[in-house]
Design a binder for this molecule. Structure first.
Ligand code: NDP
Length: 330
């Protein structure tokens, strides 16, 4: 059975050689354990941070050890109370085709209620991130203008749609004309901007947001965010969710100083991690599922086939090759 380990700490954009495949012996389970066969692997931008040494909200990955991320797996054998052969589980697992688990941190999921992959996306970590980051920090009110960057991705596409449900005017920022078109035609955004062809982001935002920006949900940081921040309204809120444009930087990125804009407009800016809301996840998932059922929320996934393609799928996030949630189907 194959496992994917961190071979070297990436410098700049991750490369395939930063990962290695190792074949391990088939394992046996004892009492209190179960055997899991991976079915779906979530590849996420935050894993890039865990590949680096240094203090963060979560431990870095160790070299020559399996990488972990959100995964779905099928129970193929169980000597663990509460879990039976044929159950599906979701949680943080190792990038292994097959692994032994004591069930810690795993929840059983119902394959009949929703597609298995959705438990890694709209009904999983990225859906929850969109929900709490927008509603708890952005606090959007009907009639306000919400701008979201990384808008065609897993988190961003859900943020924009929830903002529409809240009655806001929604403007998305993404990296291709195809994604921009999808945001408007499929997800119901009011306008969208391709940051690769827009020229000045500050001007593009001013044009797309004639009444200014009340809520900015930031997935990317860097120059895109500088441009949005120059168009904020009085008492605007910025939900700082991610900064993917800076994750591969090899030196500290510099930009215009935005503090005067924030002071002048009494702006509130707050970073967050989704684990801050872990005790409230149970209230969000049913609401997201209800919106999905009602057709108010649409979720898109980019499914990459094959365990061996997991490292490439992760690398492709930094090239914007995904639309919606990037998932590997094992
Ligand atoms: P996405 O599905 O949005 O995938 C990443 C996307 O980022 C790509 O598709 C690409 O889209 C865009 N991108 C890549 N490089 C750049 C760049 N240099 N500049 C601008 N955009 C870029 O990922 P997620 O939805 O999973 O995550 C989105 C953000 O949210 C990430 O920053 C992530 O770290 C963060 N996050 C934070 C969490 C938290 O708890 N705070 C939890 C989950 C995610 P495009 O084609 O538009 O460039």
């Amino acid at each position: 059975m194959k496992t994917i380990q961190l071979n070297s700490r990436p410098v700049g954009v991750p490369k395939l050689s930063d990962f290695k495949f190792v074949t391990e012996q088939q394992v046996q389970i004892t009492d209190g354990e179960m055997l899991l066969k991976a079915t779906h692997i979530s590849v996420d931008p935050y894993l890039r941070g865990r590949m680096m040494e240094g203090k963060s909200y979560i431990e870095p990955f160790e070299l020559n050890k399996a990488i972990t991320s959100g995964m779905i797996a099928e129970v193929t054998e169980s000597k663990l109370a509460g879990f039976s052969k044929g159950d599906f589980v979701s949680g943080m697992l190792e990038w292994k085709e097959v692994q032994v688990s004591k069930g810690e941190g795993l929840v059983k999921i119902d394959a009949k209620k929703a597609p298995l992959s959705s438990y890694l996306g709209v009904l999983g970590m990225t859906g929850l991130t969109a929900y709490f980051g927008l509603l708890e920090i952005g606090k959007p009110k009907a009639g306000e203008t919400v701008v979201v960057s990384g808008a065609a991705g897993a988190v961003g596409s859900i943020v924009g749609q929830i903002a529409k449900i809240m009655g806001c005017r929604v403007v998305g920022i993404a990296g291709s004309d195809e994604k921009v078109e999808q945001l408007v035609s499929e997800f119901g955004f009011d306008a969208a901007i391709n940051y690769n062809t827009a020229g000045s982001m500050a001007e593009a935002i001013a044009e797309a947001c004639p009444d200014g920006v009340d809520v900015y949900f930031d997935n990317v940081g860097g120059e895109i965010s500088d441009g949005v921040m120059m168009n904020l309204n009085r008492f605007a809120r910025i939900s700082v969710c991610g900064a993917i444009s800076m994750y591969n930087a090899t030196s500290v990125p510099m930009g215009p100083r935005v503090q005067p804009f924030l002071i002048k407009n009494s702006v509130l800016m707050q970073g967050f991690i989704i684990f801050n809301y872990v005790e409230r996840w149970g209230e969000a998932t049913p609401q997201l599922a209800k919106w999905l059922q009602e057709g108010k929320l649409k979720s898109t996934e980019t499914i990459v086939e094959g365990f061996e393609n997991t490292p490439q799928a992760f690398i492709d996030l930094f090239e914007g090759k995904n639309k919606g949630k990037m998932i590997v189907e094992v």
